[in-house]
Design a protein around this ligand. Structure first.
Ligand SMILES: C[S@@+](CC[C@H](N)C(=O)[O-])C[C@H]1O[C@@H](n2cnc3c(N)ncnc32)[C@H](O)[C@@H]1O
Length: 218
């Protein structure tokens, strides 16, 4: 007997879920950064960077070159509204061609046209399938598998790559960071990289060091 698939209702589900803190911390460690430079889809309450664009700015109305400028030499973050993801994927790809480094969190929709057209086999792109579903509501794991797509404007000739990441299991390049000014060692079993900094990007302990004064310890 054939069973009909339930009808998809794009755009009718909630579109503003915040990325869970445990996943953000794991990604910061993985990218060996203490913060994202820019959040391309956010509001004041859920932004994952000090600077962001929201609905009123309409990120998709800004050219790829402006996206790249917002990332500067750091990483941009994007957890887009999950309706009509293709437009966001396309803009990330074009921004990567202009030099942007962007981490893009989306459902692992490998059967979609946008995955085929803007992600698959694109030099500079790395697809990271998350082993372990994050929880967006703090109650239950998300109903679909998700992936993080790295658009690596700094390595835009790198061969397309795919991997599976057990993101809760650690295995990150850093385990500790040392503030060269006050000597405080932050252990990442207890801290998230973003916990190291205060609002002006200085060490929370001594309020002196800027990020370039941090030493990464293995
Ligand atoms: C899934 S939430 C992600 C929030 C946050 N960046 C995070 O990772 O937790 C998507 C956000 O995109 C915002 N948004 C929707 N359309 C947008 C647009 N065209 N331009 C910029 N932001 C938009 C929504 O208001 C919402 O806050």
């Amino acid at each position: 007997m054939l069973v009909a698939m339930p009808k998809q209702k794009p755009g009718t589900s909630r579109q503003d879920y915040s990325t869970p803190e445990d996943l953000i911390c794991a990604i910061l460690k993985r990218l060996t950064i203490t913060s994202f430079r820019f959040d391309f889809a956010a509001d004041k309450k859920n932004t994952k960077a000090k600077r962001f664009w929201g609905v009123a700015d309409d990120s998709l109305s800004k050219p790829a070159k402006t996206w790249a400028r917002m990332c500067g030499e750091g990483w941009g973050w994007l957890n887009p509204p999950f309706a009509r993801i293709g437009r966001w994927a396309k803009r990330c790809l074009h921004a990567m061609w202009k030099g942007a480094d962007i981490a893009f969190l989306v459902p692992a929709a490998v059967g979609s046209n946008w995955f085929r057209d803007f992600i698959w086999d694109q030099p500079g792109v790395k697809v990271i399938f998350l082993n372990g579903r994050p929880s967006f509501d703090g109650k239950a794991p998300y109903i679909k598998d998700v992936m993080i797509i790295l658009f690596q404007g700094s390595f835009k000739d790198a061969p397309f790559a795919v991997e599976v990441w057990s993101w809760r299991a650690g295995g990150n390049p850093w385990t500790q960071m040392l503030c060269k000014d006050c000597g405080k060692v932050f252990d990442f079993d207890q801290f998230c990289p973003s916990d190291l900094e205060n609002n002006s990007g200085r060490c929370k302990e001594c309020n002196r060091s800027h990020v370039h004064r941090w030493e990464k310890l293995q």
